[in-house]
Design a protein around this ligand. Structure first.
Ligand SMILES: Nc1ncnc2c1ncn2[C@@H]1O[C@H](COP(=O)(O)OP(=O)(O)OP(=O)(O)O)[C@@H](O)[C@H]1O
Length: 509
């Protein structure tokens, strides 16, 4: 008998039928992957299992008994819990309070809570003081805090919704160890992810959700990432090509000179040169050279200094440097000069947050107060632009009047990035531009990048995901001890070869 059995679930939002006829079973001790394109309904399904959302019709059983939770709290009592994709924990709580909140443990004395939270945090590989305020933690940590909370409970079935999306390979390995432990304890796990190569390493079976039904239910060892991507999209997908090869294959617009990949770059080809960049105590002297139209990646462990380099470039952290040349202009940075680089930076969490989730897609993308639109032709052109973007990015919605917050996580991210990139010029910093995106959406984001770089924009991509770096960048710097320990050139290498080099170099560093 399956631990959790799902029969003919359906769910619609307005006129959009998301789940049509979903049936499957998951045994105790099984880790089952759930994949599907952005907007396919994975989170909706996970939320139904965990009582967050109710299905329109269908039945579920848990250990053979009818299971129809009235709320998330009800599901938790019955032993089913979810770590949600866009989890937001009350920033005023301490980590220890967050780990035990809503569980049977929460009434225990504080010292015991702290001790227990410390053990659980270590288990998910999170090296933070249990007294730290949640609001002081980076966003990626929230999913791990939630995973620790699930461990604190007597849960029989756990949904992990995109917990790995913002994690480094080493952190993903720890998350997989947690999933393995849950499975050895006889619990069932539904593991939702777009990071297919990593997911296939941990799951026993994979369910593909496509067009509202389970289109494939297969043992993981019969699948590889390319076949799985094709099953997810319902059509063959091409392997991502390295960016430089794609750039050379593309016919450049007449007004854009095709650059030779020479190194060092000629002086007039330099978009940004920084020598000896320092953030006292955190960044130890980094040299960075970015040519016009180049995409340079930076990655490294949490304490490597990579975030601080990005923070110094975007002016979020005070930096000192020997020399900065930006568009041919020399600048001096440092407290004395009172000047900072202030490169525009896109952070998926902050910028998707900066968008009002209650606002329509149309208003979000036009960025104009509608009262200010007094010219009908301008308004039509502007709305046409919105429709084009929604089509082009394949956003799953029936109308541009849908509120932004009702879109799937991936669709929100794509639109927020497209909106941000529309005004990106010169040199910009992008944090995790393809996070949480399916294989086709990743290609669409690469196209956005290619278009921007073809017009001379240069990009620094900061990421934890080796596949993203391999697909999007011309060069990737591995940061360690506040320095770039090694540069990996992606030219003339297959994407998975670059990925392996990044993982290997980051592990050594
Ligand atoms: N509360 C809601 N109101 C209206 N539509 C919704 C709501 N929640 C989800 N949807 C719609 O249901 C569809 C499925 O969304 P869901 O978040 O489940 O997709 P997903 O497969 O998890 O996508 P992603 O990979 O992008 O996270 C989307 O088209 C989304 O717009």
């Amino acid at each position: 008998m399956a631990l959790l059995q799902v029969e003919r679930l359906t769910k619609s939002f307005g006129g959009r039928r998301v789940l049509r006829d979903v049936s499957f079973g998951i045994d105790g001790g099984e880790i089952v992957g759930l994949v599907g394109s952005n907007g396919a309904g994975k989170s909706t399904l996970g939320d139904i299992l965990a009582g967050v959302t109710a299905a329109d019709s269908g039945q579920m059983t848990l250990s053979g008994h009818p299971y129809a939770p009235l709320s998330a709290a009800d599901a938790r009592l019955l032993g089913v819990d979810v770590v949600q994709q866009q989890v937001r924990i009350d920033p005023g709580l301490t980590v220890a309070q967050a780990v035990v909140r809503g569980t049977s443990q929460s009434g225990r004395p504080q010292p015991e809570l702290r001790r227990q939270a410390g053990v659980l945090l270590a288990e998910v590989g999170l090296d933070v003081d249990p007294d730290t305020r949640v609001g002081d933690l980076p966003y990626f940590v929230h999913g791990l805090v939630e995973t620790a909370r699930v461990l604190a409970e007597d849960t029989r079935f756990v949904v992990l919704d995109e917990v790995s999306a913002a994690l480094l390979p080493l952190e993903v390995t720890r998350l997989h160890a947690v999933a393995g432990r849950l499975s050895r304890q006889g619990r069932g796990v539904l593991y939702i992810s777009h990071r297919l190569p990593e997911m296939l390493e941990v799951v026993d079976r994979v369910l593909v959700l496509r067009d509202g039904v389970i289109a494939l239910d297969s043992p993981a060892d019969c699948l590889d990432p390319v076949r799985l991507a094709a099953e997810t999209m319902g059509e063959p997908v091409s392997l991502p090509a390295p960016r430089v090869a794609a750039t050379l294959a593309r016919s450049a617009p007449d007004d854009v000179p095709v650059r030779a990949s020479t190194w060092p770059a000629p002086a007039d080809d330099v978009a940004l040169r920084v020598r000896n960049l320092r953030v006292p105590g955190r960044v130890e002297g980094v040299d960075l050279l970015l040519r016009h139209g180049e995409v340079v990646g930076l990655t490294g462990h949490r304490s490597s200094g990579v975030r601080e380099i990005a923070g110094a470039l975007s002016g979020e952290l005070p930096a000192v440097t020997g020399e900065v040349v930006l568009h041919g202009e020399h600048r001096t940075l440092g407290p004395a000069a009172g000047e900072a680089l202030r490169l525009p930076a896109y952070h998926p969490d902050d910028d998707a947050d900066g968008v009002d989730p209650g606002e329509t897609i149309a208003r979000t993308l036009t960025q104009e107060p509608w009262g200010a639109l007094s010219d009908l032709r301008r308004e039509i052109a502007s709305l046409r632009g919105v429709i084009r973007t929604v089509h082009r990015l394949d956003v799953k919605t029936l109308s541009i009047r849908t509120v932004f917050g009702a879109l799937s996580g991936g669709d929100q991210h794509k639109l927020a990035l497209a909106r941000w990139m529309a005004s990106a010029q010169d040199v910009v910093v992008l944090h995790e531009p393809t996070r949480g995106l399916d294989v086709r959406s990743r290609q669409q984001v690469r196209q956005l990048l290619d278009e921007a770089t073809a017009h001379g924009t240069s990009v620094v991509v900061v990421s934890v995901d080796p596949d993203e770096l391999a697909e999007c960048c011309d060069r990737v710097g591995i940061v360690s001890g506040g320095r770039v320990a090694r540069w990996i050139d992606t030219r003339e290498l297959a994407v998975d070869a670059v990925r392996d080099r990044i993982v290997e170099a980051a592990t050594v560093a």
